[in-house]
Design a binder for this molecule. Sequence first.
Ligand code: COA
Length: 316
Amino acid sequence: MAHSDICILGTGAHVPAKVLTNHELARMVDTTDEWIVTRTGIRERHLAGKNEPTSMMAAAAARAALADAGVTAEQVDLIILATLTPDQPMPATACLVQHLLGVPARAACFDLNAACSGFLYALDTAWAMLASGRYRHALVIGAEKLSSIVDWTDRSTCVLFGDGAGAAVLGPARGTARLLGTRLYAEGAHAHLLCVPRGPKPVIQMKGREVFKNAVRQMEDAVREILEQHGLTAAQISSVIPHQANLRIIESLAQYLGLPIERFIVNLDRYGNTSAASIPLALDEARRSGRVRAGDTTLLVAFGAGLTYGAALVRW
Ligand code: COA
């Protein structure tokens, strides 16, 4: 299968039922709804319960994506799960998802950790594996239970994150939703800015301001490079699905690219930052709400711990 024959055949999403609002958070740590909304744009986030591991959320999103694509579990021969919160260090959570879905044993299943850029890394990997001709239908999933690694006493980080999952089915072309290209990067020199150091209870540690500055610069670089590679200008981009970390980061990116903020798909007000799940959650919402139409060119752009970053282009 040529790269150009590979399409996004369907998408799906799942978030846990429990919602934690900023007002509820303000009773847990020294913060306010006003501070969180002004600095981040986040109003609430979904939290998974004790019996809702990453695998379960991933499988629910994957089932929705398969139904949307009209592809059966039997047809899937590749599962790539982007996550930094696997159910356990081993086996790979992708294998647990395979079992939950009833995907046959001839499928390759593995996890991939590129933090918040994970979905774009997984998309690029699946695309290359399908183009090799050795796989036909891939499930690309981003799923996170970040609530399990948040320090709920640290107001500078606990207000930012949420749980959820999003998935896409990739397979042979049926005309639309073609992947045009991807571009991935990593700057390990900045690894210390956002990490979960080992310890008795590993939790997210972050230098917020530095992450903010790098995020805007990196995403702008990734966008400019992928547009140049494809001979496109920013004005030709119909919609942008950015990693949903902070509305001010998205607004800065829009400003640097000279694009109206209305072209950006934003749902972080309801979900917070769900890391690898953030882009597929927004992608699914954009498709189902009619925000992307046939012929549109959509730009996906992410950044995250690593520091990793990247971009992808889809022609609907
Ligand atoms: N509620 C109230 N006050 C808070 C707060 C909270 N939840 N969190 C931090 N503060 C305080 C700080 O203690 C600080 O107080 P001080 O001036 O008395 O020291 C003040 O607010 C400003 O803190 P600062 O960290 O400079 O704020 P900021 O404008 O940079 O916003 C972030 C903080 C985290 C929202 C912002 O830096 C950010 O979003 N960074 C990127 C993070 C990110 O996207 N991470 C994920 C990457 S995938």
